[in-house]
Design a protein around this ligand. Structure first.
Ligand SMILES: *[C@@H]1O[C@H](CO)[C@@H](O)[C@H](O)[C@H]1NC(C)=O
Length: 242
């Protein structure tokens, strides 16, 4: 989230310099939409702006899907405490610089939005790495799309003999698992889902913390693309697990 904001603010700065010759009375607001910006934030692009929305069931002649395995990263979370603190300090400085310009190149509505913007309600100690609403929605929607593609493998309702779901011992992965379950079974049924006891150093889910680094192996074998969250049109979703 921090990087999104840093990038948004630098885009606004960039906009200012490129439109400087249009005069200082900015009655027209910036024509950039959120989507224009959000699809261009590299690994910080919100998943909803770049996701694979094709939920058609894949058909391969002579084949039927029998099993699905997925290792899925948690959704969008808060940054670490040092990054939150740095963002609160630095982004406020940039905000003030933008607001104190003698001839601001922003329209009145944008100036008002910028004036109201604040990150001070976040607490670096308490909020670090917490899953955000954005992240919950990512997992809900990912589960819904996967269920549409593989309805025979991901049936609704939940059956403990059919599903095995596991998360590591952090708030962000617990919330992500619950959000994924929400996408599959609906919000009112997620309390029936059985999870094994979460481990902090799970040897499967946190392979990058073990001596055999499967992520490096996958990268070398060109199966794993760090910059796109998933491998399009394949059922296997592999992401950075940290
Ligand atoms: C959507 O997915 C189906 C099944 O995998 C595939 O056949 C089709 O080509 C995809 N459509 C697009 C537009 O990518």
């Amino acid at each position: 989230m921090l990087y999104i904001w840093l990038t948004l603010l630098s885009l606004i700065l960039l906009w200012n310099t490129t439109t400087a010759d249009l005069g200082s009375n900015h009655e027209t607001c910036c024509a950039l939409t959120r989507l224009d910006i959000e699809t261009r934030l590299s690994t910080k692009s919100p998943y909803r702006s770049i996701a694979n929305y094709n939920d058609t069931q894949p058909h391969y002649p002579g084949c039927v899907p029998t099993r699905i395995w997925a290792t899925i990263r948690h959704g969008t979370r808060m940054p670490s405490k040092s990054v939150i603190a740095r963002a609160q300090e630095r982004l406020t400085v940039i905000q003030d610089m933008l607001l104190q310009q003698a001839k601001p190149k922003l329209c009145a509505k944008e100036l008002e939005q910028l004036r109201k913007w604040s990150w001070q309600h976040f607490n670096p100690e308490d909020d670090e790495k917490l899953l955000m609403a954005e992240g919950e929605n990512e997992l809900i929607e990912l589960a819904e799309r996967m269920q549409l593609r593989f309805p025979s493998l991901l049936p609704d309702p939940y059956d403990p003999d059919w599903y095995y779901m596991k998360y590591t011992a952090t708030q962000r992965t617990l919330k992500s698992a619950q959000s994924f379950a929400t996408g599959l079974f609906g919000r009112h049924r997620i309390h029936t889902v059985n999870y094994p006891r979460p481990l902090h150093r799970d040897p499967i889910l946190r392979v990058s913390r073990t001596s055999f680094n499967i992520l490096k192996y996958l990268k070398i074998s060109n199966i794993y693309d760090y910059n796109t969250y998933d491998i399009k049109n394949k059922w296997l979703y592999i992401t950075n697990l940290n």
